[in-house]
Design a protein around this ligand. Sequence first.
Ligand code: NI
Length: 144
Amino acid sequence: MARKKVPVARFTVSVPAELLRELDRMAAEKGYNNRSLAVADMIRDELVEHRQRTGQGEIVGTLTLVYDHHTRHVQETLTELQHEHHERIISTVHVHLDAHHCLEVLLMRGPAPQIKRIADALIAARGVKHGKLTVTTTGHDLPG
Ligand code: NI
């Protein structure tokens, strides 16, 4: 990912030698040219996770739902919830996986606690076999 030139800070971290070897191995496997880039991405990932858990700020999330559309009222329930929160759900994709199962992906944007509440309600709907919210940043609150 292309990044703007930002001021850098150096710091020293002491970790077990084997842990550092594993970090370097993983960074190489993931295609990083150097350890610093890998560690910076790990820090960003942790910051996003932390803000999702604790913050009140705006987040962007992808909610993936798999459900059996033959389950009574599941589609009505999911549609009603989505209309209720239309200002937070910015796009949806629906795929008919097979004769029974539907895959729905919802892109959501809004305050973290609200996005989590909406996602929880959709995942808890009867007929939903699996649901998972993946959260990322809007890009404004993350340095580098
Ligand atoms: Ni379907």
